[in-house]
Each structure stands twice: as structure tokens, then as C-alpha cells.
Design a protein. Structure first.
Length: 430
């Protein structure tokens, strides 16, 4: 009995303890029924304990620290017998409770700034491991991004990369039985995927600052060198994603984190797996839209090259604090915009100013994107040549990424150009 107690004390999860107890009872029942010799009785008890613990560790749905051999569905999914595609607003307290129940996590007080699609907060498990939990906003604007087809759900199965901070788990709600379920892979999804609504995503917590906060501190002595380093690490992550047919679609300084060993990519709210060559849904952040999405005559189609355009505009934002939303050399309709929006009713002063600023930004982006690739290059080199004196070829690379879609360099060519630039700087001792 003392051996059994010692064995149970080594079981770390509820599933292991329950399994070991079940194995112990099974062994004792066998002894009572068949009354075997003492040696056989001891063997039965130990075998029951060991087998029960192993089985219990694989069936426990409530521990987040699980082995890689556990099935992707951590809680059994029901068979769907009826269609129910309606979407209702779920009390956020129920979502929080489901995270506590299914993952055995405890929330901390620390929260990240609210994003477009959700609020990220800091949680930890019993072992002290820290996680970032993003509860998706349940708004009409976010409808379609809480499905299993795109957004956080799409990023769940991206092969792991040390600088890719993608979701480890998803919390789903079944619209038919209104229960919560936890998954860590889309491979196990069967039946009608429209039955499930993504409520939250769980990823590893990264200690560090996003580039927006980092640049705001003013502690970047050489912004152009810093921008080149950021481009290199982000290019590495995007190469990994594009090779596996994923597109991020929201590259910007807020979505790049400074880590201990470089810079990592976060926030996969607009991520998508490209089953076909191109996508059509306009999404992302206005200032970083490419011409094929936001110009006088958008084509409406794009592929992984959208990430490269956004990487170029982000590189400008990091290096010189400028993006296409700041372009002011085109037709100026600011006064007309202000007059039109000022007439709109039911807006607070703050909402009105925010809407005016957004509309002017859209005007500036449209004007910049309407330029030909050659004119964009001329404009950027005239405006920023002096600021890129540390590395003029970095500005050349950015301009190539901001060329028209048909002339834009692919990611492999950009990788080669970046490598040449780094080697050249090293040989010059810069």
C-alpha cells in the first residue's frame, strides 16, 4: 500500500492520478476475485497503477502541458445532428471560465493594449509557465474572422518557428450544443466546420516590447540599422510562412516583437492559408495596403506578395517614421473631407476627429499607391536619401518591394539582396 501511495504522489496531472487510481482498483478487484499468490498480487497492483497512469495522461483534457502524442482534440467533439449556423453574443465571463476549466490557467492582471480583433491578457499554469490568451471581440465587424477558415484558426497549423508566435490552442464554441471545446490542430475537425465559432486563442507569452512601444522610448540610436535588422528577422519568418502557403496580411510595427534573440512576428488575426494562388478579401491596416487592394483601380487579387509590400512600408516606418498614410504630395481633399464628416450626426467630437483622420489617411494612401512604381521610387529617394546614408542599398531594396505588382521582387530574390547587403556592411566594418 505504501508503494501505491508513493506511486500516486508522482502523478502530476488529474488524468494521471485518476488513471492510476482506476488501475489500482482494477488490480485489487482481480486479487479479490482470483486470490493469486502474493508475488502475482503485487505485480497486478503495480501493472494496474502504471497502465492507468499512462492511459490517464493521454485522456486528460484539462492540462495544457501535454505530450506531442496526444490527439489534437483535447475534448471529444460531438456528432452534429442538426444545422445551426446562427451566431450569438457569448458572455465573456463564460469564455474566461471555459479557459480556466479546460486549460487550468489562472489570469494575471497584466494586459496588452486592445487590438483590432481582441484583447490579449497574461495567464499562467500551475507550473508557472506563462501564456497569452486572446479573447476575440464579438462584433459585427469581426464576423467571418471567428471561423475555422482564416484568422487565428488558420495560423494554428503553421509549422513551428522560433520567431513565429502563433497560437498553440483554440477555444471553440459549438453553435448546436453551446458547449466549449479546446483544439490544438485543425486536422481533427470533421463534419460541418461552420458549427464552430472561435472564442479565444492561446499562445506562449513573449517577454519584450512591440516595435511601436520600443520606438516610442527613443532608445534606438541608429534607426536605419535597426530597421535593417528588423527586416532581416521578419523576412526569415515570412519565408517560412510563404514556403508553407500561409500569408500574414497585417505586417506593421505593432505586430513585431523584440525578443531575447531578435524580432518575432505576432497577431495572426488576418492570417490565411492560400489553398489557391491568390486571395481577394481586403484586410489588414489601411496605411500598409498595397496598390492591388487600395488604389484608383484595385485589382482585388493578391498573394503572398502583400506581406512583402507591408514589410517595405513597415521598414520605412521603423527607419524614418514614415508610411504611405503620411504622403501629402497628391490631390488634397482634406477640407472637403472635414466638411462632409462634420455634417454627420450622432458622432462625439472624438469620434468625428478620428473619422476625419482616418479618411485623410485613406486619401494619402490612395494617392501614394496610384503612383507608378518608378514615381514611387523617385519620391522615396528624393525624400529619404540622406537619412539612409548608413546603407543606401537598404532604401533600394525597399523601393523594389514597393514596385508595381507585376515588377515586384519575390521573397527569394529579396532574401538574396538582403544577404548581399549584410555581407557588404560586414566587409566594410560598418
Amino acid at each position: 500500500m505504501l508503494t501505491a501511495i508513493q506511486f500516486l504522489s508522482t502523478s502530476t496531472t488529474d488524468g494521471e492520478k485518476k488513471g492510476a487510481l482506476t488501475g489500482l482498483y482494477t488490480g485489487l478487484a482481480f486479487i479479490k476475485i482470483f486470490n493469486p499468490p502474493r508475488e502475482v498480487s503485487i505485480a497486478c497492483v503495480l501493472t494496474g497503477l502504471l497502465a492507468g497512469q499512462v492511459i490517464g495522461s493521454h485522456l486528460d483534457p484539462r492540462e495544457i502541458n501535454q505530450s506531442n502524442n496526444t490527439p489534437p482534440w483535447l475534448k471529444p467533439m460531438p456528432s452534429i445532428s442538426r444545422a445551426d449556423n446562427s451566431t450569438e453574443i457569448v458572455d465573456e465571463r463564460k469564455i474566461t471560465q471555459a479557459i480556466k476549466d479546460l486549460l487550468k490557467l489562472t489570469p494575471d492582471e497584466e494586459q496588452a493594449p486592445p487590438g483590432t480583433q481582441g484583447q490579449v491578457s497574461k495567464w499562467h499554469d500551475k507550473q508557472g509557465k506563462i501564456f497569452a490568451v486572446k479573447v476575440l471581440k464579438q462584433t459585427e465587424k469581426n464576423r467571418g474572422w471567428d471561423t475555422l477558415y482564416r484568422g487565428e484558426a488558420s495560423a494554428l497549423d503553421i509549422p513551428k518557428h522560433p520567431k513565429l508566435i502563433s497560437p498553440e490552442y483554440l477555444l471553440l464554441r459549438n453553435k448546436a450544443d453551446r458547449q466549449f471545446y479546446l483544439i490544438r490542430s485543425l486536422d481533427g475537425v470533421t463534419g460541418n466546420q461552420n458549427q464552430y465559432q472561435v472564442m479565444a486563442s492561446v499562445s506562449n507569452w513573449v517577454d519584450g516590447q512591440d516595435l511601436c512601444d520600443l520606438l516610442r522610448t527613443g532608445k534606438v540610436p541608429n534607426a536605419v540599422k535597426f530597421g535593417l535588422d528588423v527586416l532581416g528577422d521578419t523576412l526569415e519568418v515570412l519565408t517560412h510562412m510563404h514556403t508553407n502557403n500561409y500569408v500574414h496580411r497585417d505586417i506593421k510595427i505593432e505586430n513585431i516583437m523584440q525578443m531575447q534573440d531578435g524580432y518575432g512576428l505576432i497577431d495572426f488575426g488576418f492570417c490565411r492559408r492560400l489553398e489557391q494562388a491568390e486571395a481577394t478579401t481586403p484586410c489588414g491596416t489601411a496605411e500598409f495596403y498595397p496598390p492591388e487592394l487600395w488604389s484608383a483601380n484595385p485589382s482585388g487579387k493578391y498573394g503572398t506578395d502583400i506581406d512583402l509590400w507591408q514589410l517595405a512600408t513597415t521598414s520605412l516606418d521603423v527607419s524614418v517614421g514614415w508610411n504611405p498614410g503620411d504622403y501629402c504630395d497628391g490631390p488634397d481633399n482634406s477640407e472637403e473631407i472635414r466638411s462632409r464628416i462634420s455634417l454627420e450626426k450622432d458622432l462625439t467630437r472624438e469620434q468625428r476627429e478620428k473619422k476625419i483622420k482616418s479618411a485623410i489617411t485613406e486619401q494619402n494612401v490612395t494617392n501614394f499607391n496610384s503612383l507608378s512604381g518608378a514615381k514611387r521610387t523617385d519620391y522615396l529617394k528624393d525624400k529619404f536619401h540622406d537619412k539612409f546614408s548608413y546603407c543606401p542599398r537598404f532604401l533600394d531594396l525597399i523601393c523594389q518591394l514597393l514596385d508595381s505588382k507585376e515588377n515586384r521582387q519575390d521573397i527569394h530574390s529579396i532574401n538574396a539582396l538582403y544577404t548581399e547587403i549584410k555581407l557588404s556592411l560586414e566587409s566594410e566594418g560598418v
